[in-house]
Design a protein around this ligand. Structure first.
Ligand SMILES: [Zn+2]
Length: 375
């Protein structure tokens, strides 16, 4: 029986929302938290100093990508991912399961593990649950994820049941393969779109015993209402003593809904990917910066935002950079979007501490009824 790295600080009396802290080798993380995605040992267009300034407490790395390039042994020779990429705060590494399934059609799943072709050079590779843990140990991430199988949407009950059972057997092998490094290992709940299967999967994972629990295989193309339904049916069944992580989700609205269901951790490429596509998140709604209405607009992107971008640049300048395909556009837009996401989490943490989360949620939606782009 291991001690949970999660400490609950306060619980909303109005809903499942909660505030807490996760202890890691690189310091504590205040939850609920959003984790920017740095797939290839880089959060695209952001320096680590930029990330600290926007309030990122922890970032993600990806086992699949780093295993292929530059290789986990090279990163180990640098003393791990933190030193390799000059990031001193916590890192979570995804196990690579999702990428193995999503990046190419040639993955073969057997009891032993996943065999797949490198998307870089086509070479044939194999990753077992044990390998996934050992690679993540070499990377030195603070939170490692167990190797899971991904269930496509839609999937039959039979298909989902087989994949969920295999994920549970792999989860046990991951736990047994782990050595005494002080890194945490989280289990991943699969079960497709079947709530009862997900509840059974939670029981199996809890019986093995992990340092935290993640809901995987959501936001994979299913209708939003179905995702919220499954979230409501399962999130509060994850052990309250441990951190709860909703993988790959989502929009600002998804984060607010997830927190209200008791989720502690989120990650998504949306703020950085959309930033590079000129789609910016603001307190009032979404802004497509290339729109001609911003051509002469001297106001900051979001007048309520305190980020570097909003403190120094106008909408007209951001539009100009984007239209001119200047590299700086990606950096300034990413700084703003990640600052927006991190501030949203700070706002939610404060609201939970003051036990006014539902009022926070109401204000959040009320502000967003007026899209800035319509001004
Ligand atoms: Zn801003």
């Amino acid at each position: 029986m291991t001690v949970s790295p999660y400490t609950l600080h306060c619980q909303s009396t109005e809903c499942q929302a909660r505030c807490g802290e996760i202890a890691t080798l690189h310091g504590p993380i205040q939850t609920p938290v959003f984790m920017p995605v740095g797939t290839q040992a880089s959060v695209k267009a952001m320096t680590p100093e930029n990330l600290v300034e926007v309030g990122a407490q922890i970032i993600l790395g990806n086992t699949y990508h780093l295993y292929l390039r530059p290789g986990h042994e090279l990163i180990r020779s640098f003393g791990g991912l933190h030193r390799f990429m000059h990031w001193e705060r916590p890192i979570l590494t995804d196990s690579g399961g999702f990428q193995i399934f999503s990046l190419q059609d040639l993955a073969k799943i057997t009891e032993e593990g996943a065999s797949f072709r490198s998307h870089l050079d086509g070479s044939r590779l194999f990753l077992s649950p044990e390998d996934a843990v050992h690679v993540q140990e070499a990377l030195g991430s603070d939170i490692m994820m167990a190797l899971d199988t991904c269930i496509p949407y839609p999937a039959s009950r039979d298909e989902a049941a087989k994949a969920t059972a295999l994920t549970a057997r792999w989860a046990r092998r991951c736990r047994e393969a782990q050595t005494d490094t002080g890194q945490h290992l989280f289990g991943i709940v699969q079960g497709g779109m079947y709530a009862d299967m997900r509840l059974a999967a939670i029981e199996q994972l809890v019986e093995i015993g992990f340092d935290g629990y993640a809901l995987g295989g959501l936001s994979v193309g299913e209708p939003k209402e179905l995702m919220y339904e499954l979230l409501a049916a399962t999130a509060s069944h994850l052990p309250a003593t441990h951190a709860r992580y909703l993988m790959g989700v989502g929009t600002p609205e998804d984060l607010v809904e997830g927190v209200s269901q008791g989720v502690d951790m989120f990650d998504c490429v949306m703020p950085t990917r959309n930033a590079r596509n000129g789609m910016l998140f603001t307190s009032q709604g979404r802004v497509v910066i290339k729109n001609s209405c911003f051509q002469h607009d001297q106001r900051p992107l979001d007048p309520t935002c305190g980020c570097y971008t909003c403190r120094h640049y106008s909408r007209a300048y951001l539009r100009h950079l984007f239209q001119s395909r200047e590299i700086l556009a990606y950096q300034l837009n990413s700084i703003h979007n990640l600052h927006y996401y991190c501030s949203l989490m700070t706002g939610m943490r404060n609201a939970i501490r003051e036990d006014r989360f539902l009022a926070f949620r109401r204000d959040f939606y009320e502000q967003r009824t007026v899209p800035v782009s319509a001004h």
